[in-house]
Design a protein around this ligand. Structure first.
Ligand SMILES: [Fe+2]
Ligand SMILES: [Fe+2]
Length: 320
């Protein structure tokens, strides 16, 4: 029986956060569940609300509270449409990617601090004169609960503790053009938050009960951060259009092709993520439904993007 927890009050035996649940999900059902989850968690209204929350969080940073998690109730039977070992390999990759959050937050803080001290504090907190963190930022406080939760999920599903191999976060590497550095760094951040949001949403489509509800908490956090970074970026770089995004992405890729030793291109990130998330082990159906998720979520982001007029963004954040 499906256990209704967290965000729904449904009591139906075969309904969960993503709609109808069966223990043997087919591709069409998974797609329907992805669409239902997108409608539930990624609406234009919700994205607008998450961005409007940012100025308030600058002054009163408060982590979002999670519903209590019934850990003992999490079991492999709450998984469908994907092999258990593949799902566990994905969890392992997510643990490795989420883990050194302090490194990520401090790199982001340094790109931001000269231009946008409030946003630098939101991501990286307060540091003393030696650069030691004396109070972590809200982004760090919310993100740092992800790896331990994924660890516990892995333990419940695989029946053993994970053996993570955490990444070293890419350090702050100024090129002499801090505004372009920040732009490129920001695109990376938005891309990773978007990737994480899509991954957790896609995992929710394959799960039910308390397992799905926990992934829902991760999803809500990632959508929140993705939205805040995207909207803040639109305000900080009002001159950017698709052309600038495209040319920055192209530059980031070309840079890697010309200087293969350089860490930090988008191609490098993409390839690393494929390895990390055990992509070769995904079935063709798994790959197609994941691409479908990327598309579904991006469609909402583009619709929301149209509401981010310069006038509205200045109401939120002041003159850029
Ligand atoms: Fe995360
Ligand atoms: Fe994140």
């Amino acid at each position: 029986m499906t256990v209704a927890v967290g965000l729904v009050s449904s009591t139906s035996v075969d309904e969960d956060l993503a709609g109808v649940w069966t223990p043997a999900l087919g591709g069409a059902q998974v797609r329907r569940r992805i669409a239902a989850l997108t409608q539930r968690y990624v609406t234009v209204e919700h994205l607008g609300d998450r961005l409007a929350d940012l100025p308030h969080q600058f002054h009163h940073p408060q982590p979002r509270r999670w519903a209590a998690v019934p850990w003992a109730a999490i079991a492999p039977a709450q998984l469908s449409g994907i092999a258990l070992d593949t799902f566990c390999a994905i969890l392992m990759g997510a643990i490795n990617t989420e883990a050194p959050i302090r490194g990520y937050t401090q790199a982001s803080r340094r790109y931001l601090e000269h231009f946008y001290p409030q946003m630098a504090q939101f991501v990286g907190g307060l540091v003393d004169s030696d650069g030691r963190v004396i109070a972590p930022g809200l982004w760090e406080r919310e993100e740092k609960r992800h790896a331990p939760v994924l660890n516990l999920l892995y333990h419940r599903l695989a029946g053993k503790r994970p053996t993570p191999v955490p990444h070293r976060a890419r350090p702050y590497t100024p090129s002499g053009n801090p505004r372009t550095d920040l732009y490129r760094h920001g695109l990376h951040r938005i891309a990773t938050e978007y990737g994480a949001a899509c991954l957790y949403l896609w995992m929710m489509a394959h799960t039910t009960g308390p397992l799905q509800a926990v992934l829902g908490e991760l999803l809500v956090d990632e959508i929140n951060h993705m939205t805040k970074f995207w909207g803040f970026g639109r305000w900080a770089y009002p001159e950017t259009g698709l052309a600038m995004v495209g040319s920055t992405l192209a530059q980031a890729m070309v840079q890697k092709l010309r200087h293969p030793q350089l860490q930090g291109s988008l191609l490098h990130t993409l390839r690393r993520m494929q390895d990390e998330l055990a992509w070769p082990r995904w079935s063709m159906g798994n790959r197609l439904t994941f691409l479908y998720t990327l598309d579904q979520v991006m469609r909402v982001l583009w619709r929301w993007e149209r509401s981010l007029t310069p006038t509205y963004l200045e109401q939120l954040f002041g003159p850029p």
